[in-house]
Each structure stands twice: as structure tokens, then as C-alpha cells.
Design a protein around this ligand. Structure first.
Ligand code: PGA
Length: 271
């Protein structure tokens, strides 16, 4: 049984005065969540990870250390060190006690797209970041998803297969067991229009099968999250699908009660 993971991506939200409150509230509510799911005997059967803006990492480390909640960054540099203004290296991130890092989020891809880079170049950058993260003991959560145009043109599997093949070629199929994948249809992110549970299941199963062609055991053990307008009221149905192992949550992770409900939906799956 794969352990569900619920990851909260704060994006560029939360001003200084409220990041502490938000983290403390999450901690407080997680204690409540643990009590709620005690009956299900699953209190340690899900993982929760928070991705605040990098300037709040020190607070995350101070507040969350020892709580069982993990934390990480929303991006990592593809390089070790050097003249890369504004970038943050994997070594720096590791220094803040992070265990995870988001890689290839579509909002990052959009920023690179302004440089008119080809999608295949972007896939290679994602692979380089994957390499950096694992070299520094960080688990990359690698985001994959099609745009609305790709979706309309029936290119979902093509887009997903392209990046999966790059990742497999980069470090071999077995190395994917050190990662988490997140299927994030770009048309569902921040739009309130989530993929249906059936659609998410079909895509997740396609991803697992593609990896299984190279390494069955890795495909079977790999966590694949769904992300894109997951809320308290649709999380349970999406997470109930057999190949969905939790979620990457954007907007709803800023509302503690909503976020904890989503965590509870993942705990129900684990029970
Ligand atoms: P959303 O964002 O939950 O606000 O749609 C998901 C994400 O960007 O990871």
C-alpha cells in the first residue's frame, strides 16, 4: 500500500505576519487531525508537506521540526552555485531541513516560456533539477500536465510520455523510486475546474504503466499525486481512485480547515 501524501503549495502568498500564524494553525489542526484519525488507526499513515515561499523556510523549520509535518521549496536551481541571480541551490534548501522540493510546476514553466524555450528544453531543465535535488537528499515532486490546448487536441498522453521518457533516460527507471510525481493538468490549476476522478485515474494509470514497462516494482511503489483545484468537497472522490496517492494543493492549502479536511480525505484512503 502506497502512503498518501498531501502537499500544500502556498505559491507567492502569505505576508510575513501571517505565515507564522498559518504554520502554527496547521500544526494545531494536525494534532486535531491525528486525534480524528486515531480511530482509523492511521495517524502515521499519511504524509503532509508544506511549501511556503522560500523566505519563510526558517519559520517553517522552527515551527514544524519534530511535528511529523514535512516542508520544502517551490523550486530549485538546476545548478550547484554561481552567477544565477535569484536562484536557490539544492544545498541551501537542504540546510533549512527541507525534505521535498517541487520541480517543473507549470507556473515555473510559464516563466521560462517567456524566454521562448522549446518544451523539450524545459523537460531537460526539469531533469537537471531532479538530479540536483536527489544529490542533496531532497525528494523531488515532479509536476507533469497538459495545457488546455493539449487537452483539446487529445495530446495529454503525448505530453506526459515525453517528460516521463526524459526522466527515465536521465537517471534510469529505478531512480524514479526516489521521487514523487504529480499529475497537474494546467487547465485545472487555480481555475476551480478540477479533473474528474475518472480522468485523473486514467492519466495516473497511464503514467504507472509507462514506467512499469521499464521497472514494474518502481511503478508499483511510486507515489503519484493529483493537483488542480482540489478542495475539501472533491478530495475524497479523487483520492479514492486506486492510482491517486494524494494531492498537490494550491489555493485550498491557505485555508487551514479546508486543508485539514483534504488531509482527512487522504487518511480515509489509507484506512
Ligand atoms: P490549485 O493549485 O489547487 O490552486 O489549483 C494546484 C497547484 O498549483 O499545485
Amino acid at each position: 500500500m502506497r502512503k498518501p501524501l498531501v502537499a500544500g503549495n502556498w505559491k507567492m502568498n502569505s505576508p510575513t505576519e501571517s505565515s507564522t500564524i498559518l504554520l502554527e494553525n496547521i500544526l494545531h489542526h494536525t494534532d486535531q487531525l491525528k486525534k480524528m484519525i486515531k480511530d482509523l488507526n492511521t495517524s502515521s499513515a499519511i504524509d503532509i508537506a508544506i511549501f511556503p515561499p522560500a523566505v519563510y523556510l526558517r519559520e517553517a523549520q522552527e515551527i514544524l521540526t519534530g511535528s511529523g509535518i514535512h516542508w520544502g521549496t517551490q523550486n530549485v536551481s538546476a545548478f550547484d552555485e554561481g552567477p544565477y541571480t535569484g536562484e536557490i541551490s539544492a544545498a541551501m534548501i537542504e540546510g533549512f531541513g527541507c525534505e521535498y522540493v517541487l520541480i517543473g510546476h507549470s507556473e515555473r514553466r510559464c516563466l521560462y516560456e517567456t524566454l521562448e524555450l522549446d518544451q523539450t528544453v524545459l523537460d531537460k531543465i526539469v531533469a537537471q533539477k531532479y538530479e540536483m535535488a536527489t544529490r542533496h537528499n531532497l525528494t523531488p515532486i515532479i509536476c507533469i500536465g497538459e495545457t488546455a490546448d493539449d487537452y483539446e487536441a487529445n495530446k495529454t498522453e503525448e505530453v506526459i510520455a515525453r517528460l516521463l521518457d526524459v526522466l527515465i533516460a536521465h537517471k534510469g527507471p529505478k531512480a524514479l523510486s526516489e521521487t514523487v510525481l504529480a499529475y497537474e493538468p494546467v487547465w485545472a490549476i487555480g481555475t476551480g475546474k478540477s479533473a474528474t476522478p475518472e480522468w485523473a485515474q486514467d492519466v495516473h494509470s497511464f503514467m504507472r504503466e509507462r514506467i512499469a514497462k521499464h521497472d514494474k516494482a518502481t511503478a508499483e511503489s511510486l507515489q503519484i499525486l493529483y493537483g488542480g483545484s482540489v478542495k475539501a468537497d472533491n478530495a475524497a472522490a479523487i483520492f479514492a481512485k486506486p492510482d491517486v496517492d494524494g494531492g498537490l494543493i494550491g489555493g485550498a492549502s491557505l485555508d487551514v480547515e479546508e486543508f485539514i479536511h483534504i488531509c482527512f480525505a487522504a487518511a480515509l484512503k489509507a484506512s
